[in-house]
Design a protein around this ligand. Sequence first.
Ligand code: ZN
Length: 145
Amino acid sequence: MSDLLHVGCPHCKKMNRVPAQRLSDGPKCGACKGALAEGAVAELSDAEMPGYTGKSDLPVLVDFWASWCGPCKTMAPEFQSAAKSWRGQVAFAKVNTEQAQQASARFGIRSIPTLILFRNGKEIARQSGAMQASQLTAWLRTQLG
Ligand code: ZN
C-alpha cells in the first residue's frame, strides 16, 4: 500500500502527492502547510480550474455559483458540510461564474447553482439546482458507486 495520490491543496491549489493510506491522517500541503484533506472548499479561478480538476486523483466536485444567486447562498453551508463528510474521498471546489467566465462558458453553465463532478479532468455528472448536504451525499454515492 504505497499508492501516491495527487491531491490538490484547497488553499494554494498546488498539487501534492500523498500516500493513499495517509489521506485520513491530516496531511499538510508541502507548499503552504494548509490542511489537504479536512474538507476545505477550494475557490478556483479560470487559470486554476483545469489543473485542479485534471491532475487530481480524487474526484472533484465543482459548484458553479454567483453572489446574486439566492439558492447558491442557501446551498453554500450544505456544500461545506458535505465537503467535510467526503474529506479524503472527493475534493470540493467552487467557481464564481461572475469572475471565472471562461470556465463557465467552457462548461456551458446556463443556470446556477450547477454542480459538475469531474474524474481525471472529465465531466462524469452534472446537476442543477440547490441541494441539501444529505441530497448531495446521496447524489454523489449514486455517481461514484
Ligand atoms: Zn497549499
